[in-house]
Design a protein. Structure first.
Length: 194
């Protein structure tokens, strides 16, 4: 159905909760609509990209006014007309967020468990999963920079901020190769590490 999406339209009996999914499309802005799924009503922007119809959720009717949602849809649709695909960008961000430091450390340790002596493995596990690097665990692997790692090391060893670079005995503990060099993060870097 088509109607002008404004405050009055939200009270329209055709938009009241019911069964299934229904859409009401705005008469002023093509691609801007209101989706009703049971009790939930959300604003959406719909567009075509790569031969497919895509939809982006803007927000709930409880949190946004129709004017705010229309402005959000206008920005999304403007990006689409410039050749971007906001839905693909969201999917890429979700995929990057799933590749966190903690997950890479888990894979790295599983691999190193076969090659390190038990005592070395125990130290490596405590070092990478303990308080040294815990603040980095939630970060995406491509977000971590050299200063992040240096800050974590200097927080525990203030005089050793740069000493870890050449330390032969702690080379298997240093997360820099893990993230950006020859470890599991090889080829995954965003280029932020020199």
């Amino acid at each position: 159905m088509k109607l002008k999406l404004d405050t009055k339209a939200l009270a329209d009996p055709r938009l009241k909760p019911g069964q299934g999914e229904t859409f009401a499309w705005d008469t002023e802005l093509a691609g801007f609509g209101l989706r009703r799924q049971g009790e939930c009503r959300t604003y959406v922007a719909q567009y075509r990209a790569g031969g497919r119809t895509r939809r982006v959720t803007i927000g709930s009717t409880d949190r946004l006014t129709p004017t705010q949602a229309r402005e959000g849809a206008r920005k999304i649709l403007a990006r689409v007309s410039l050749g971007e695909d906001p839905q693909d960008e969201k999917a890429a961000q979700r995929a990057a967020a799933e590749r966190t430091f903690a997950k890479v450390v888990d894979v790295y340790l599983a691999d190193k468990q076969r090659t390190l002596r038990p005592s070395s493995f125990k130290v490596a596990r405590l070092y990478l999963t303990g308080s040294y690097f815990r603040p980095l665990h939630a970060m995406g692997i491509n977000e971590i920079t050299h200063p992040d790692i240096a800050a974590r090391l200097s927080a525990h060893h203030p005089r050793a901020q740069h000493a870890y670079r050449g330390s032969r005995q702690a080379s298997h503990l240093c997360p820099v190769p893990l993230v950006h060099g020859g470890g599991l993060g090889a080829g995954q870097s965003s280029g932020r590490y020199p």
